[in-house]
Design a protein around this ligand. Structure first.
Ligand code: AGP
Length: 634
């Protein structure tokens, strides 16, 4: 969360900074700011100018339009508040007391309280509630000392000072720094928070994520942990934390054509819901081509020798990704016979289960940058590596939409779900891509362990191949139905979602989507649990959404739905059409499919239902309050 963008070159940068932030706004949007150095007399004494604004980027951009800010170097930030309220004062960039140093930061400086005490002793008064403000002050003190020791006020002095400050910071962060006395220098560094460098023609960039580089350059290089870089109009110097110069070849951005364009859709979320048939088709073409034999049904880049050793699986993820993991857990256990547990990554880290032998750890994250998931994976690697017992080795796999992320860099085996960039904060098409990847793993394990016959493997594969067309029909049908129904729920305060078996995670996902974007309180329950407490909530004001899919638990879910209806709840079904479905007040019909593949379809009406309620309420669907697309703090 929080987006950093920075530029150095030979043209005016303030509008570039705003454009860069616009492409990163999905990372945080409660306030924003830029700092540039106006090199007034073309000497080494520029003037630092800062503009900040509370709220969406549009507020900052209109300020800049009214009062343009000069400079060929600048840093910019869009914030998701962690320390201190989202207001103009706490917005980045932050300055030191002399107003010469400006810093933007993404992450958390864990020891900022202790460091602020040190600053207080030196008579420095902090003016914000943030953990970031200490950084420009510390850099200022280092520079003061360097200049007193005879160093010149140049970019190497700045680099050295930042290196010294980084050595005392604890936490996970990425920073960008400028100094008014070095208008030809920009220093950036990373410690477990994402940061990429961009190489343009006569200008260089730094950003929290690659979308900010689109249209400026295709050549980029992700910074590694503990690295620091000095950017000048002439090039980039990269160093490790021991000050050794690093040389790595940059990469080329791919798939830029998929970059954020709403086309004719009102919101990115709706566009992304509509892209799901394509997501599914691309996934199938890549991983499930018809020519593969039943003993090797999926074209995943994971070595068979690793999978053969696996006796159990643990899945670590957060939010929607965890729901995909839960669908995966059900499939892996029930279809492929592999004992599987799914954990909240944020809980796993502090309460891990006892080590189990021959375990595959799967991390799931669309962004590949979620701090909780990364921390849980790192902790698991560390404790398994420290046993030095081959049975407890760290076998691992990542499922992500961003192979150019920390997931891609830190994990040896990664399944790229290939959903294309997702801008809406509420995950939709990436959820589908994650679920599909679990279907792939399930087929692989089921065939490897001979848990299922070749015919069963073929049946599931063929059912998956029908999904793109079924999705496309469902979206068309339920987009207009949910739009028509939306007005009925505008005043609703609570909604209960019921599902069982493989559709229980979809009930959780439906409730999460509704909460996230429409701010209506919603809970997902396993339908059988209704009578054990939540039923007390039901009356005519609390609608119940019931996922009733023919299969093992169909009759049970129908009975649970009847219990809700008997309490006057308005009953919304996601089910096949037939005599049983007459009990529903509203019905989102789904085709008759095997229960195994049903979650890929049942989630769609729930996405559209949430979307249309939020859109009808006039809410900011793509950037809901308090949320960010990429949660890089624990
Ligand atoms: C999804 O709609 C949410 N915005 C959120 O729950 C998200 O799934 C969670 O933060 C995990 O993100 P990740 O997939 O990038 O790891």
């Amino acid at each position: 969360m929080c987006g950093i963008f920075a530029v150095i070159g030979s043209r005016e940068v303030s509008s570039l900074l705003i454009d860069g932030l616009r492409k990163l706004e999905y990372r945080g949007y409660d306030s924003a700011g830029i700092a540039t150095i106006d090199n007034l007399n073309n000497d080494q004494n520029g003037q630092l100018n800062v503009t900040k604004s509370k709220g969406k980027l549009i507020n900052l951009s209109s300020l800049i339009k009214k009062k343009p800010q000069k400079g060929h170097v600048g840093i910019a930030h869009t914030r998701w508040a962690t320390h201190g309220k989202p207001n103009e004062r706490n917005a980045h960039p932050h300055l030191d007391s002399s107003g010469q140093f400006a810093v933007v930061q993404n992450g958390i400086i864990e020891n900022y309280r202790e460091l602020s005490k040190r600053l207080k002793v030196k008579g420095i008064k902090l003016t914000t509630e943030t953990d970031t403000e200490i950084i420009p002050h510390l850099i200022g003190l280092e520079i003061e000392e360097s200049l007193a020791n005879g160093l010149s006020p140049n970019e190497q002095t700045l680099l050295l000072a930042v290196q010294k400050v980084l050595a005392v910071l604890e936490g996970t962060y990425a920073i960008a720094v400028i100094w008014s006395r070095t208008p030809n220098a920009l220093v950036v560094a990373r410690e477990q928070a994402p940061l990429v460098l961009g190489f343009g023609e006569g200008e260089f960039f730094c950003a929290s994520d690659t979308p900010a580089l689109v249209g400026l350059t295709r050549t980029f290089l992700p910074l590694r942990d503990h690295e620091i870089a000095l950017l000048t109009p002439l090039g980039i110097e990269l160093y490790d934390d021991d000050g050794n110069r690093q040389h790595r070849a940059p990469s080329l951005l791919k798939g830029m054509e998929l970059f954020a364009d709403k086309r004719n859709f009102r919101h990115f979320m709706l566009k992304e819901i509509y892209e799901q048939p394509e997501t599914a088709q691309l996934w199938i073409d890549r991983f499930l081509p018809v020519e593969l034999p039943s003993h090797n049904p999926v074209a995943f880049p994971i070595s068979k020798s690793i999978l053969e050793q696996i006796e159990q699986i643990q899945i670590l993820a957060c939010g929607t990704s965890r729901h995909a993991g839960m669908v995966g857990g059900h499939l892996l256990e029930q279809f492929a016979g592999v004992p599987t547990k799914v954990y909240f990554a944020s809980e796993f880290r502090y309460a891990p289960p006892p080590l189990s032998p021959n375990t595959l750890t799967i991390g799931v994250s669309q962004s590949g940058e979620t701090a909780d998931t990364l921390a849980a994976l790192r902790m698991e690697k560390e404790r398994r590596d420290s046993t030095k017992d081959a049975n407890f080795s760290f076998h691992h796999l990542g499922i992500t939409n961003r192979v150019d992320s920390s997931f891609g860099r830190e994990l040896d085996n990664v399944i790229d779900i290939g959903s294309g960039i997702e801008i809406g904060v509420a995950a939709t098409k990436t959820f589908l891509g994650q679920m599909l990847s679990f279907y792939g793993l399930t087929l692989q394990f089921a065939s490897l362990r001979q848990k299922r016959s070749p015919q069963e493997i073929l049946d599931l594969s063929n059912d998956l191949r029908l999904i793109p067309k079924q999705l496309s029909d469902l979206i068309k049908k339920h987009d207009s139905l949910s739009k028509d129904l939306a007005h009925l729920f505008v005043e609703t305060k609570d909604v209960i979602f019921l599902g069982r078996g493989i559709n229980y995670p979809i009930a959780l996902e439906g409730a999460l989507k509704l909460k996230e974007i429409s701010y209506i309180h919603a809970q997902g329950y396993p339908a059988g649990e209704l009578k054990h407490g939540p039923i007390a909530l039901l009356d005519q004001h609390v609608p119940v959404v019931s996922l009733a899919v023919p299969g093992v638990v169909y009759e049970k879910v129908l009975s649970n739905s009847q219990e809700a209806k008997a309490r006057d709840a308005r009953l919304i079904g996601v089910s096949i059409s037939g005599p049983e479905s007459e009990m529903f007040d509203e019905l989102f019909t789904i085709p008759k499919v095997s229960e195994w593949v049903s979650p890929l379809l049942t989630v769609v009406p729930l996405q559209l239902f949430s979307y249309h309620i939020a859109a009808h309420k006039g809410l900011d669907v793509d950037q809901p309050r308090n949320l960010a697309k990429c949660v890089t703090v624990e």
